[in-house]
Design a binder for this molecule. Structure first.
Ligand code: ADP
Length: 574
């Protein structure tokens, strides 16, 4: 092998990450590359010419010697690992899980064994880490903050360092979010009023693409601003949605012989990524919660608004209802006064038509009789003169009776007329009425009186009102019957009432008019040329009611009518 090739081989062996060890038959180390020396805590020179035994833990030395003896007798290519009970012994005395690829070669009749040794500790640590991290992340009982602290603690164990920190970086500020450390370090860190990024190793972390690690820091100047003298540091950026959130780092003030390797950096990257994801998730959850709260409060305030609106509508509704009621009442009042007015107008027009008819005839009669009477007086015809004077008197009496009716009505309306009861004999009253009617009845008209009065004929009532009422009814019976038609007056009395019926066989009252005959100035359509004012029945009804009695009638056109009075025998003065 040329010098050149030898140098290449050396530099190759030095640079590879696997440890390479060559021993002779007497188990003396003849070659150890850099990786192997570092794995076992030695320098390359320290190991040359050492017994292989220095690298074997005591507990397996015997077993190992046996194995090497048999291997020397029958050397072959072979692979072994901690599963076969193979462990290395670190210079500091602890065991290292290793994997060995064994082979042999001969040189100048000398047989050498060559071992390619890989450090299994990082593989083992990785497996352990993955198991633990899974456990931490799936722990339902822990909050995100607690989970992050758990991860920091796991990192500390993993890297053999005693301080783990998650810090948020906001502009220049280094804000510690979670710490895994002993109380002393925790208190010291939290007591810091405000930390600046530039005073921490994170200043280096955030500008590097990959995680960084530093060993043997106590001998460097980097510690000048640190709280205590750091010996080891490993740190990575924590990104949340592609933006820098902060850093995660592990450090120790105790000098440890730990060598960070690629696996550690990968694990750190994984931790940083996990924490970033957790923060993102948490952020999202809190945003969702805030959104939800906002939504709930929006819904609540909207509901409140709706409630107010509903209340307003209800209030408006109530006031509308009141308004509607008021308007209906006002309308009813207007309608009723309109109705009153209409009735009054009706009354007026009925009065005017009655007056024009009933007054004109007697007035014309009076005028012509007066003229004639004057003439007959001039020519000395006393008889004719007297006749016309009588006609004038009759007409004047008629006019007087109309005016009396109108006056009576007025008196009734103004409450002047009142019932003035006295004790009188109903039989006597009947006879008086019959007597008064004699001059009024038409030719051949008879007034038949049937009395059926039980016991005492005296009653306690207004005699005058009853007298006028009966005269009215009998006058009508006479007026609306032809000559020769009989009129019947039935008078009966029991302990409580006087019942008087006035029956005629006259023209009767047309059905359609029957409901109006007690209305003032109303005259039925068949009243023809019969003189009248339409006031008699209205006045009669008022009189009867003043006497606490009632009036009713039955009538058939062409056949006749019967008017019935029912009046208490004893007017109740209370
Ligand atoms: P009038 O002065 O016109 O008789 P009343 O008030 O006494 O006024 O009667 C009202 C109307 O009732 C009369 O105009 C008439 O049409 C009708 N009437 C009253 N009594 C009778 C009766 N006995 N027979 C038929 N019609 C009658």
């Amino acid at each position: 092998m040329s010098i050149h090739n030898l140098q290449f081989l050396r530099s190759f062996l030095t640079s590879i990450s696997e440890g390479i060890l060559v021993v002779d038959r007497k188990y003396t180390i003849v070659y150890a590359n850099k990786a192997l020396s570092q794995l076992f805590g030695y320098t390359e020179e320290e190991l040359i010419n050492q017994e292989l035994a220095v690298l074997i833990p005591n507990r397996i030395k015997k077993q190992h010697t046996k194995f090497v003896d048999s291997y020397n007798k029958n050397p072959k290519q072979q692979k072994m690992s901690d599963r076969d009970g193979i462990f290395g012994l670190h210079k500091l005395g602890y065991e290292i899980p290793i994997e060995i690829g064994l082979n042999y070669f001969k040189n100048d009749d000398e047989q050498y064994a060559i071992a390619i040794i890989s450090d299994l500790s990082s593989v083992k640590r990785t497996n352990g880490f993955l198991k633990n991290i899974h456990h931490i992340i799936t722990n339902q009982g822990h909050s995100t903050t607690e989970k992050i602290t758990d991860i920091l603690e796991l990192g500390c164990t993993m890297f053999g360092l005693n301080i783990g920190i998650l810090a948020q970086i906001v502009e220049d500020d280094y804000i510690i979010k979670n710490i895994a450390a002993n109380e002393k370090h925790k208190q010291a860190l939290l007591a810091q009023p405000s930390l600046k990024v530039k005073d921490t190793f994170s200043a280096e972390v955030i500008i590097a693409d990959e995680p960084i690690f530093r060993n043997n820091l106590s001998s460097s100047s980097a510690n000048s601003n640190a709280l205590w003298n750091l010996e080891n540091f490993i740190g990575a950026k924590v990104m949340v949605e592609d933006k820098l959130y902060g850093t995660i780092n592990f450090s120790s003030e105790i000098s440890s012989d730990f060598n960070f390797n690629q696996t550690d950096l990968e694990i750190l990257k994984l931790i940083a990524q996990l924490i970033g994801d957790m923060i993102k998730r948490d952020d999202l959850v809190s945003k969702l919660k805030a959104f939800n709260t906002e939504l709930e409060s929006n819904v609540a305030s909207r509901t409140q608004e709706l409630r107010y609106a509903l209340k307003e509508i209800q209030d408006i509704n109530v006031s509308l209802k009141t308004e509607v009621k008021k308007r209906i009442a006002a309308e009813e009042a207007a309608n009723s006064s309109l109705e009153q007015e209409r009735k009054l107008n009706d009354l007026k027009s009925r009065f005017v038509s009655m007056a024009s008819h009933e007054f004109r005839t007697p007035l014309t009669g009076i005028l012509s009789s007066a003229t004639l009477a004057e003439k007959y007086a001039e020519i000395g015809n006393k008889e004719k003169h007297h006749k016309h004077i009588q006609t004038i008197k009759k007409s004047v009496n008629h006019l007087t009776s109309i005016l009396n009716d109108i006056l009576s009505l007025n008196k009734i309306e103004s409450g002047v007329v009142a019932c003035q009861p006295i004790q009188f004999d109903i039989a006597e009253l009947t006879e008086d009425v019959v007597e008064s009617m004699k001059t009024i009845l038409k030719a051949n008209q008879t007034l038949v009186v049937n009395k059926n009065i039980d016991g005492e004929p005296t009653v306690f009532q207004d005699e005058k009102l009853l007298h006028r009422a009966l005269i009215n009814l009998i006058s009508n019976a006479s007026k609306y019957s032809d000559e020769g038609k009989p009129i019947v007056l039935n008078v009966s009395k029991d302990s409580t009432n006087i019942i008087i019926q006035v029956k005629d066989s006259g023209v009767g009252i047309p059905l359609e008019d029957q409901q109006n005959i007690f209305t003032r100035f109303f005259r039925a359509s068949n009243s023809g040329n019969v003189q009248g004012t339409g006031l008699g029945l209205n006045i009669t009804k008022n009189y009867i009611e003043l006497m606490q009695g009632s009036i009713s009638f039955e009538s058939e056109p062409e056949l006749g009518s019967t008017f019935t009075l029912k009046i208490p025998t004893n007017y109740n003065e209370e």
